[in-house]
Design a protein around this ligand. Sequence first.
Ligand code: GTQ
Length: 346
Amino acid sequence: MEAVTKTPEREAFYKKIDGENLTALWTVMGDLITPEPRSACRPHLWKFEIIRDYMTDAGKLITAKEAERRVLVLENPGLRGQSRITTSLYAGVQMVVPGDVAPAHRHSQSALRFVLEGKGAHTAVDGERTAMEQGDFIITPSMTWHDHSNETSEPMFWLDGLDIPLVQFFDCSFAEGSNEDQQKITKPSGDSFARYGHNLLPVDVKRSSKTSPIFSYPYAHTREALEKAKTREEWDACHGLKLKFSNPETGDFAMPTIGTFIQLLPKSFTSARYRSTDATVFCPIEGHGRTRIGDATFEWGPRDLFVVPSWRWVTHEADMDAVLFSFSDRPVQQKLDLFREDRGNA
Ligand code: GTQ
């Protein structure tokens, strides 16, 4: 698909049809159908300490109530002005300080939280409150009411991941506010886990949601699963020990639009190179190391955030046992038969 030669006659023709909202395919084909992904998304790393300092400044400027959500959006340097960390996903860091209430609202966008710092602040989803701790992964399914509050004495920070650009692409954004800042709590804490977290499902009740009925995946459980897996030493050359958070009803990803993962990279491990079409946001929560993305190297520690664009070679290296949370649009790509991965020779 090579660029066609320009001639005065052709240029005149393009100009003529342009007025009728028509474009000649042969002038744009090479940019539309590329031999490989050619993303504007760039590899990048954000240091948590820097975000944290700016969030503290933001805390002096605006309350969570006035802001609705006090969040700094992580904008991919190749996609500035679009509130995107990858072409299909949004990420932000949210701060909820003691006394804050981020008021109840709901929207068609699905959201995930991954807790970075703090202990004991609450998020309420669909009538149930859950306390949040570092490393917990929490889901807000599409159109469920959610509000956040902090009755502790410490600020809380978490990573938000939403499918905002996907929903924007499909033009199906719906959102609603509530008259009540905090939704009515109708279920005891731990209710969804008690019902669905024990390999038991109601025998006849069919839920219509494609999102996991468990909305909090506590880090204590996640970490135990990784630690147990570690003793079996079944290291994957590309991923170390990598697990996906799953929906107990379907075995599929926990959310229909966003795939979430946790992986353990053991001390001194260097992964074999890997690339996949799902641009991925990583958040280490334990350990230190570095990740090479193409020819760039990013040094990371707990709570830093970095993004790997589609189809770039990646290798990770851990100086000590490291745990990395990550998320991508893999569930969507797989359902559309678009997902591809390449394990090099591993
Ligand atoms: O906490 O509901 O980062 O609605 C962006 C949009 C967080 C939230 C974000 C949201 C939220």
